[in-house]
Design a protein around this ligand. Sequence first.
Ligand code: SF4
Ligand code: SF4
Length: 374
Amino acid sequence: MIEQDKIAEQVRMCAACPKMCRHVCPTFFAWRSDAPTPHGRALLLHQEIVGTRKIDERGVEVLYQCLECSHCLTWCKPEIDIATFVELKRQELVKSGQQPKGISQLTSLVSAMHNPFDEDHSKRNMWIKISKSKGPKVLYFTGCTAAYREKDSAQDTVYLLELLGYSVEVTPDEWCCGSPLIRTGDIETGLKQAAHNVEVLNRVDAEEILVTCPGCYRVLTTDYTENGYVLNKPVLHISEFLAKSLDKLPVGKCDRLVSFHDPCHLGRHSGIYQAPRDVITQVCGVAPVEMDRNKENAMCCGNGAGLRTLFPEYAKKIGAERIRQAKNVDAKYLVTSCPFCKEMLDAQSDELLTVLDLPEFVMQFGKGRDVKTD
Ligand code: SF4
Ligand code: SF4
């Protein structure tokens, strides 16, 4: 837990900064305004601490316009962690009932349906085709986006694991991992999901838990443990998992340029940059072409930390910019390693650029055929 004095000192420093990082903030790009920037948010927090301004409706809006992408942190010489301060303030706003209506609705949905999409829980992941093969058992935690919105990605994940010789388990009892709630300030309800999931996942007989969604990965490996919810099996992201078996991956042929989009929760928040690139290189025979903004400097897809829920048009604007950046390096395929990023980027793309989640990419290219878009 960060001490209040430290937060006060850091937001004071940031409020007085010449805004060195503003140009990388995706919400500055989207709104073209000084308020939804790292400096703008710190100024709000500083003014509240010194008693010159209360967080009013506009303040709440600015605090919920942050993607918590932590891109500003990579540019900040004094290493001021605006995303964490924003999340802590959101927790206070939720406690005092000042959160936006869309966030309360998100809490109600996840509490009632166990997913943020208002989908039937009984249809979560039992549709996935699994052949009861022999081999080391791996538990695939599907996550809400793959289970309900990116089903090809979920199914390809299972096919791929089976191709590598694993026996795959999924459990119909898994709930939303809690990430959408934890990142938007409702830590209490988020941790109820954690308590349930830990209980359910610990009962499954498997050697490892595999996740494809970096949002799930971050909460399962960090937020759960920090709050005392401990899983009894190691948790791996699909990119790390595949990178451990590079020589077993199906090898294909890519005759067009492939680029990679780093999901914020995988890259800046979990430090995994190389594994998905190694997988693409192995499958393709050539390394992905890098966009100007890559790895620590990658731009967020626009989906993070409730932005799409509250400000869908601005979220899409950010996603469309990321697509433009991929087209700018002549990529014909944009691979990501996150069903949530994939959904956003795919919706902003067109027939000139195909967006794929990593398991889909490996399955499609690894079959020895290039995926044609025209
Ligand atoms: S986050 Fe760091 S670089 Fe950005 S405005 Fe604040 S102090 Fe300056
Ligand atoms: S975390 Fe991302 S969206 Fe939030 S202030 Fe920093 S760069 Fe901007």
